[in-house]
Design a protein around this ligand. Structure first.
Ligand code: ZN
Length: 123
């Protein structure tokens, strides 16, 4: 079995050290300058007809204003609440469940969320 090479630092080119993972992300840190890098991973291969739970993980384990703003543009249900309201609503939640849906629906939503800077995934 071969191991993929560790990613390198965008800032200084150093080899990054693995620093942790969630079910949807892998986290790396540069030993030289401290730059962090996060990559999205898919840990299972769902059947296209499977139902999955779409969820969001806050980058700093709590919501930031840019993330909440992106979430509002991404998911219509949140548009009738202000950024401040949503920030306090999610203040103590590292991860929020958006809802249950078909994998075929969830996959493009997750891609769109990552384009907006939100760590979305499903399980
Ligand atoms: Zn570095």
């Amino acid at each position: 079995m071969t191991t993929a090479p560790e990613p390198t630092c965008n800032a200084c080119g150093c080899e990054l050290i693995w620093s942790g993972a969630t079910w949807s992300t892998e986290h790396y840190r540069c030993p030289q300058c401290g730059t962090e890098k996060v990559t999205r991973v898919l840990r299972f291969d769902p059947n296209p007809r499977d139902t999955v739970i779409l969820s969001i993980l806050w980058k700093d384990r709590r919501p930031s204003a840019p993330e909440v703003e992106a979430l509002r543009s991404f998911w219509p249900e949140f548009q009738n609440q202000s950024v401040d309201e949503l920030m306090s609503r999610f203040a103590v939640t590292e991860e929020i469940e958006i809802g249950e849906m078909a994998w075929l629906t969830a996959e493009p939503l997750v891609k769109r969320a990552w384009e907006l800077g939100i760590w979305a995934s499903y399980y």
